[in-house]
Write a new protein. Sequence first.
Length: 134
Amino acid sequence: AFAAAVAFAEAAERGDDDAANRLMSPELAAWAAANCPDGRVSTCVQAYTPDEWGDLISAVFRRATPDGEAWDVDLIATYQHEQGFSGVCIYLRMEPENDAWQVAGYAGFAWCGDPATRTMASNPAAPNRAPDSP
């Protein structure tokens, strides 16, 4: 679950929709197709982070909480400049499907200093939540 979460975050931020799509649940893929420019999850994710932060350097596992068979996974990403360099919080809901892990939802891609990035798994007001409710 944890490696798949990191792989999705990095692929989506870097514009690798093929890799990101392989890691999304059908429901999240349908949400992205209906709500993201050009139907691409990467265009949603890339729009969350300001251009002045520069490019993604990396995303790393921070912590996870089990929820039945699923995992609520928190990552921290680092970008090249400004607040992006000081930590960007990402939440991913990971669910098992056919011996693999799928991203069923996400939130964040926001500066960790933003109070709304706390408890993103259960916070309906978490920034950039997809789909739109926990």
